[in-house]
Design a binder for this molecule. Structure first.
Ligand SMILES: [Zn+2]
Length: 267
């Protein structure tokens, strides 16, 4: 990234903007590597408010409400490395292949995003090169390094979902999201279903696919890592006490899964 130069005409991030990648516990000893594609809702100053009202920018269309607080706590409880992305998914969605319509959406749920309409190829490239690429390069480099030092790596992509989408209420408290992995989702579903108070989604409210996802197919499946996505319903983690409770629950479950994976020689 250019940093010292005067802003080039198509440069997105300026010197007052935060870097896109946020990390916790980079030296963490856990086999679990946590990612959080929709951690933040920052907007680069050069984009203003994208023509979207402040109340809309606080909604799920801009980020995964509550997941940042869960991810930070879970990383510390597990001593796991967390790699997260600070900018809003409305700038560029870090869990979409670049180039698909939902990568830089002109509409999300029922909200139009005027600042994304009719933008130039250069402006699209800047969003990719300054936000999407550094985040995914960092995940890639961390996995490379872990492979190099033979540290077991189990990829867990953390997300949250809105309780009501397009007028339809969703009953699940938490869901596993996966595609090709046959190991970790099975363990996670087993443990979640043993929790008496939970309604658990098996590939609900979404399933992972190569066209609707990026992190799991590219960093998990293509690299042969055991992996899963997790989606937690946003009303359960909207405040700090909910984030703490869910982090504690997941830390307990992941500790049990780690023991099981080690017994199978997989972590
Ligand atoms: Zn998400």
């Amino acid at each position: 990234m250019a940093s010292d130069a005067i802003n080039a005409p198509n440069q997105l991030l300026g010197k007052d903007d935060s870097p896109p990648v946020h990390e916790v516990n980079a030296e963490g000893r856990s086999p679990f590597l946590l990612t959080c594609d929709h951690y933040g809702r920052l907007l680069p100053r050069s984009l203003g408010d994208l023509g979207v009202g402040e109340s809309e920018l606080a909604r799920h269309i801009a980020w995964d409400i509550g997941i940042a607080g869960v991810a930070e706590r879970l990383a510390k409880m597990l001593d796991a490395h967390l790699i997260a992305q600070r900018y809003s998914r409305l700038v560029i969605d870090c869990n979409r292949p670049p180039g698909v319509a939902s990568s830089i959406p002109v509409i999300s749920e029922a909200t139009t995003i005027p600042g994304n309409e009719g933008i130039s190829a250069e402006a699209r490239d800047a969003r990719r090169h300054e936000i999407f690429d550094p985040y995914h390069r960092r995940i890639n480099a961390v996995i490379d390094q872990r492979v190099h030092i033979r540290r077991p790596t189990v990829l867990v992509a953390l997300h949250s979902f809105t309780p009501v989408y397009a007028g339809v209420a969703r009953p699940w408290h938490i869901g596993t999201l996966y595609h090709r992995d046959t190991i970790l989702p099975r363990h996670l579903l087993h443990h979640l279903r043993a929790e008496p108070d939970l309604v658990v989604g098996d590939n609900e409210p979404y399933a992972v696919s190569d066209v609707t996802d990026y992190t799991i197919p590219v960093h998990g499946e293509a690299r042969g890592l055991i992996n899963t996505g997790i989606e937690i319903r946003q009303d359960l983690i909207a405040d700090q006490s909910g984030q703490q409770q869910w982090a504690e629950r997941l830390a307990r479950i992941f500790a049990e899964i780690e023991t099981a994976l080690r017994a199978e020689g997989l972590a």
